[in-house]
Design a binder for this molecule. Structure first.
Ligand code: NAD
Length: 543
């Protein structure tokens, strides 16, 4: 059995460090040379006449490149390429396939680290620290840990005897897999097409149009690591049209999706409508939206709680599926917690994330800015809302939104129920003796169940929250912010409206991409069809 990998250490990027110099050099190069991002089908780079330009979210004038848009003929070619490569890729041993991804992990943490970080900082507006934990550490961890977990899966012991041998084969699914990835994590974009590929599947990958640059470098790393052409085929373009064409194909055998709940439900519905035309029942894995909570008990450590709200709610501009976005505060602590959050927010600088003094960058694009600023405008006019800090937004240079805490008087206010996906945290203040009722409220206020946290020093309160909120979050934190899951340490995923909870970067997820076959060989086949119970009865009994 392979040795368990270690999580990739997080580098600090302090000014003057060698790693900082490398990233700065990459940032200047990628900012100066806009990239043409092609489709990649069967290993061939295809630049189409129809292209879409993209720029940095924090600087409208910084053109980063343009990506090619697929036409139906390209999608058809991508499916053909995936199917053509399938047999040969599936015939590689698991050890050979795992070696490709382990090599990719080493390239990510080594020579490609700065390039992936720079792309993630420029394209998705992440600070160097946010880019490091995502595009370097989590991506390398996905590649290395998945390889290890897949090898563990393959070693299922079966009982054999002297007369028969039983074997377990991890076959891939019977067809191709469709991976659809979100903008907010380079690591997730890397994981969704590669987890099925590791198990011998071939893949059509549709990256987020908002993270085309990072997606381009992920594929380049995989190619450099020895991934054969046609195993992962990349198509950019109209998501609805591409998806309809892919899902129409009888060999579609699995969907690996991360993104919003509504899009996943639409894809699931489309698959359901076509269920009669597929060769097999497709595997559907979707990790979707969240409305992640922090419940504070009167015994909570106020400063730790305030830090969790600030880091959990505002890092990467609140654009993590796990970001804290609703907080339940006991009346005895509320003023103090709000004052501490206000103090921290006063120190936060929002701006170009390639400038190290900024704790936050811009939100991802025009649609996000309009959605988030709409919530803030409504909150400003709503008598049920009091803006504790922040509330401003400005799209003059880039899509900037201030970190905002809003107190609401109605615990079921839209700000406490809807996924805003921006740096906006709503809080509701409850009477201290209503802790048990507040747990019920937390559980029942939204349909999401992704992440959540309890802050309490009283062990009985921790236990009560843990029990009462058993179904409210797939990842539950005690005295910690609800973000920052690490591969191999906190396998990630939520249930209810938040997804199928298949735990990315774990054996549970990998199992979904295999269709095991069990082979029994009989070394001593029977020569007589009759069983002993059919033997003639004895004479003594007859008489
Ligand atoms: P999104 O749903 O807008 O897009 C996700 C992907 O779906 C993109 O590739 C997009 O192009 C594609 N898409 C859009 N319309 C489509 C259509 N009609 N048919 C098929 N595909 C379509 O999500 P996003 O803005 O990129 O990411 C943010 C969302 O993802 C949030 O809801 C967040 O909570 C969720 N998310 C969840 C997790 C998790 O692990 N649960 C992780 C990251 C993000």
């Amino acid at each position: 059995m392979s040795e368990a990998p270690r999580n990739e250490p997080v580098l600090a990027y302090v000014p003057g460090s060698a790693e900082r110099a490398l990233v700065d050099a990459e940032i200047s190069q990628q900012a100066q040379e806009p990239l043409s991002v092609p489709l990649v089908i069967g290993g061939e780079r295809i630049v189409t006449s129809a292209q879409q330009a993209f720029s940095a979210p924090h600087r409208h004038t910084l053109q980063l490149g343009q990506y090619s848009l697929a036409e139906p003929a390209h999608v058809a070619r991508a499916i053909d390429a995936a199917l053509a490569q399938k047999q040969s890729w599936a015939a590689w041993s698991l050890a050979e396939r795992a070696a490709v991804f382990r090599r990719a992990g080493d390239l990510v943490s080594g020579p490609w680290r700065a390039r992936l970080l720079a792309a993630t900082m420029l394209n998705q507006s992440k600070t160097v620290h946010q880019a490091e934990i995502d595009a370097a550490c989590e991506l390398a961890d996905f590649f290395r840990f998945n390889a290890h977990f897949a090898e563990q899966l393959a070693e299922q012991p079966l009982i054999s005897s002297a007369a028969e041998h039983n074997q377990f084969e991890l076959r891939p699914l019977d067809g191709f897999v469709y991976a659809v990835t979100p903008f907010n994590f380079t690591a997730i974009a890397g994981n969704l097409p590669t987890a099925p590929a590791l198990l011998g599947n071939t893949v059509i990958w549709k990256p987020s149009p908002l993270a085309a640059l990072s997606a381009h470098y992920i594929l380049a790393v995989l190619e450099a690591a020895g991934l054969p052409p046609g195993v992962i085929n990349v198509v950019h373009g109209d998501p609805g049209a591409i998806s309809a064409q892919v899902l129409d194909h009888p060999a579609f055998s699995g969907l690996h999706f991360t993104g919003s709940s509504a899009i996943f439900q639409g894809l699931w519905r489309a698959i359901g409508e076509r269920i009669g035309q597929y060769r097999s029942y497709p595997r559907l894995v979707g990790e979707t939206g969240g409305k992640d909570f922090i419940v504070a008990h009167p015994s909570a450590d106020v400063t730790a709680l305030a830090v969790a709200i600030v880091r959990g709610g505002f890092e990467y501009q609140g654009q993590k599926c796990s970001a804290a976005s609703r907080v339940y505060l006991p009346r005895s602590l509320a003023a103090q917690v709000q004052a501490e959050v206000r103090g921290m927010v006063a120190e936060i600088r929002v701006g170009d994330p390639t400038d190290a003094q900024h704790f936050m960058g811009a939100v991802i694009g025009r649609a996000a800015f309009t959605r988030i600023s709409g919530y803030l405008e409504r909150a400003r006019l709503d008598p049920e809302c009091r803006i504790v800090c922040g509330g401003g937004f400005d799209d003059t240079l880039g899509y900037f939104v201030e970190p905002t805490l809003v107190e609401v008087t109605d615990p079921k206010h839209a700000l406490m129920r809807e996924e805003i996906f921006g740096p906006v945290v709503a809080c509701f203040v409850y009477d201290d003796h209503h802790f048990a009722q507040v747990l019920a409220l937390c559980d029942e206020s939204t349909k999401y169940a992704l992440t959540g946290a309890i802050f309490a020093r009283d062990p009985a309160a921790v236990e009560l929250a843990r029990t009462r909120l058993a179904m409210a979050a797939g990842n539950f934190y005690i005295n910690d912010k609800p973000t920052g899951a690490v591969v191999g340490q906190q396998p990630f995923g939520g249930a209810r409206l938040s997804g199928t909870n298949d735990k990315a970067g774990s054996p549970w997820n990998l199992m979904r991409w295999a269709s095991p076959r069990v082979v029994k060989e009989n070394l001593n086949p029977p020569q007589d069809f009759r069983y002993p119970f059919l033997a003639p009865a004895r004479a003594t009994l007859k008489s």
